[in-house]
Design a protein around this ligand. Structure first.
Ligand code: ADP
Ligand code: MG
Length: 240
């Protein structure tokens, strides 16, 4: 579903991605981890064309992200993205947040979009909060709304960039529970996270990045029990 080959990216003279390659098959979950500044966000943003890259190729469902002929807005509509800071529209109700792109991008009627939004809120346990504004919800609830919003577009895969890093500890579980459920239902997911319990539970592989490089790309158990590189060992010792 996602294929990243020989991707390099520079910001000016600084190389932030160095010949990166990995893949996520349909129905698979791949976790990306690594120290701050290692290029995780940059890599994941390259996948849906939010960041241009300098060299290499990325395809999503066979569509080349870097090809100038590719209709990026159309591709992005099918690749859901969930950010650390939710990025909900503060002046719109929860259900309006869910309906907006469905109407504007997919051309659904407002009624249809709202109904789909409510069904997804039900699924993430927030049906009762449909008419509230994001600011009236907890961080964990807002992140679940953000996930529901991504799902409302019927995505072919979901990208997550540290979805629980901005949350108070007691809210992390409720967001991870939703993500685990999605994984178990067969959603294709690329997830930047340091939640290693989540990785162990649902991920197929762990991609470990350091200084813009993919240093390891290994099955989950192998990564945790016998990391191949000193860099991964040091990283794991710090976070576990
Ligand atoms: P991570 O998500 O792993 O913390 P990032 O992908 O955010 O890392 O950043 C990777 C590197 O790229 C960092 O060294 C960061 O300082 C640099 N970087 C990120 N965005 C920009 C930018 N817009 N301009 C210049 N450098 C950037
Ligand atoms: Mg980041």
């Amino acid at each position: 579903m996602i294929k990243i080959q020989n991707v390099s990216k520079w910001y000016g003279h600084t190389q932030v991605l160095k010949d990166c390659g990995t893949h996520v098959a349909k129905g698979e979950v791949v976790v990306v981890c690594g120290p701050s500044g290692s290029g995780k966000s940059t890599l994941i943003k390259c996948v849906n064309g939010l960041e241009p890259f300098t060299q290499g190729t990325i395809t999503v469902d066979g569509i080349s992200v870097g090809d100038p002929k590719t209709d990026l807005p159309k591709l992005r509509a099918r690749v859901g993205m969930v950010f650390q800071h939710f990025e909900l529209f503060p002046h719109m109700s929860v259900v309006q947040n869910l309906a907006l792109a469905q109407v504007k991008v997919l051309g659904r009627s407002p009624d249809e979009a709202a109904a789909r939004g409510i069904a997804l809120l039900d699924r993430v346990g927030l049906r009762a909060h449909a008419s509230k504004f994001p600011g009236q919800l907890s961080g964990g609830q807002q992140q679940r709304v953000a996930i529901a919003r991504a799902l409302a577009m019927d995505p072919i895969c979901l990208l997550f960039d540290e979805p629980t890093s901005a949350l108070d500890p007691e809210m992390i579980g409720e967001v991870l529970d939703v993500m685990v459920e999605l994984a178990q239902e067969g959603m294709t997911m690329m997830v930047v996270t340091h939640e290693m319990g989540f990785a162990r539970k649902v991920a197929k592989r762990v991609v470990f990045m350091d200084h813009g490089e993919i240093v390891e790309d290994a099955p989950v158990a192998q990564f945790f029990e016998a990391p191949a590189s000193e860099r991964a060992k040091t990283f794991l010792a710090r976070i576990l």
